[in-house]
Write a protein that binds this ligand. Structure first.
Ligand SMILES: [Zn+2]
Length: 442
């Protein structure tokens, strides 16, 4: 169900606030060892996997066919040397199941968590390795009958995930929670692999519970440094979590577009349907999508690297968190990009609004600690300080805000005729603004 416009209006709140665009904020640095492991995620190595999987020899990796079977073997061979527990059938890496197309196989490997208190909780990171073979009228934009190599879709996600698996194994100690690396088969035929996995979980999951999932599908065509992130509405605070992970410590912060669409177009949907908080990273569609021309040389390898590293950071953040994993937020299923437009709709501050700083914010129920700016009074301290509509406010004077009232209290507490630093997120990146209150107390 869509959030009605009126309900949103009731949440609006006018604040009086002012800026100068300053430096990027310094987020909490990753532990040195995690940084080192993450540095092992390399574009070049991912490129090797993409070139291999998108070679004509795999005949487009169609699930249940010779090429699909060979691709599953390739992935298993890449995982075999790593210190991971096979999580498929009978101690193998393969979870095998039958479909109309033949025998399909997920490739599953587990990194057991280190903390006995939460190691039964599992973070699933997945990418589908199948593609559409030679293409037909149902699954291809043509021309049909030629090998569809699926370099972006989804050799890119598979390559990123293999790199992430190596980085996880390279950590000096595993995260507190368990991490399951899942390479899905049959995605192109209707999310068959991920559905089978949840319907009939492998024995490795017998005494474990999936608390979070991440899906990588098509991460090989980063353009304008812009990454689409799906699913952040599936738990409270996920958008802010991803934004903070994308901070200056990320080395190559990306522009993030948060997409509110929940559609059965990739394996993240399976987990959302099951009520599990889930993110998907995706670099967007293109003219080669589901065509024979989705080839390895067209993949943006240097763009894949920061996406895979952000995924690694996200896995670590969730799997290693001291606090409990965030609960699923069912409202996400009813939200769409139209709901987002409603939330972001411009508001007008009355000319005589008494606000000292000159901002209007609107609470976002999925991100209560990051209110959205929907109005800025011209000439106000916020306006002069460079605040933009649709910025999210995260911190005042270096202190995270806990909710809208807390934001108001913190701004009211700023000494008259002084400046205050305000941390905002804009297109998924962090900026410190300086708002200067010019009014002298009377
Ligand atoms: Zn596809």
């Amino acid at each position: 169900m869509e959030m009605p416009r009126r309900a949103l209006g009731q949440l609006e709140c006018w604040l009086c606030l002012g800026m100068v665009l300053a430096t990027l904020s310094g987020g909490a640095g990753d532990a040195a060892e995690a940084l080192h492991a993450r540095a092992g995620i390399r574009a070049q190595e991912a490129g090797g996997h993409i070139r291999a999987l998108a070679d004509d020899a795999f005949e487009g990796r169609e699930a249940g066919r010779r090429g699909g079977q060979a691709a599953g073997r390739y992935v298993a061979d890449a995982l075999a040397p790593l210190e991971l527990e096979p999580a498929g059938d009978e101690g193998s890496l393969f979870q095998t199941f039958a479909s109309r197309q033949g025998t399909l196989r997920n490739v599953l490997a587990l990194l057991p968590g280190r903390d006995p208190a939460v190691r039964n909780e599992v973070v699933v990171v997945g990418a589908h390795y199948d593609h559409v073979g030679y293409g037909n009228a149902r699954n291809s934009f043509g021309p049909f009958g030629f090998v569809h190599n699926g370099a972006d879709d989804n050799a890119s996600g598979v390559a990123g995930l293999i790199e992430i698996a190596e980085a996880l194994v390279g950590l000096p100690q595993p995260p507190r929670r368990s991490v399951l690396l899942a390479f899905w088969d049959g995605e192109e035929q209707g999310l068959l692999g991920s559905k089978q996995f949840l319907k009939d979980p492998p024995t490795a999951l017998e005494y474990r519970r999936i608390v979070f999932a991440i899906n990588l599908d098509m991460i090989g065509r980063l353009r304008d440094n812009t990454l689409s992130v799906y699913g952040t509405r599936s738990a409270v605070g996920l958008e802010e979590m991803v934004i903070r992970l994308n901070g200056p410590q990320a080395q190559t912060p990306l522009q993030l577009v948060f997409n509110w669409k929940v559609e059965p177009d990739s394996d993240h949907y399976t987990f959302l349907q099951a009520g599990i908080p889930t993110l998907m990273f995706h670099t967007g569609l293109h003219d080669d999508y589901h065509r024979p021309s989705d080839d390895a040389h067209r993949v943006n390898l240097s763009g894949l690297e920061p996406v895979a590293r952000l995924t690694f950071d996200t896995v670590l953040q969730v799997a290693d968190a001291e606090e409990a994993c965030p609960a699923f937020r069912p409202a996400c299923r009813a939200e769409s990009n139209a709901t987002k437009s409603q939330l972001q709709a411009r508001a007008v501050l009355p000319a005589d609004s008494p606000g000292r700083w000159g901002i209007g914010i609107r609470v976002d129920l999925a991100n209560p600690t990051a209110p959205l700016v929907v109005a800025i009074r011209p000439g106000s301290p916020a306006d002069r300080g460079g605040l933009k509509r649709n910025d999210r406010i995260l911190e005042i004077a270096g202190v995270p805000i806990s909710d809208q009232n807390d934001l108001m209290r913190k701004l009211a507490a700023v000494e008259p005729a002084t400046s205050v630093e305000v941390l905002v997120a804009r297109r998924g990146r962090l900026f410190v603004l300086v708002w200067t209150d010019r009014h002298q107390p009377t």
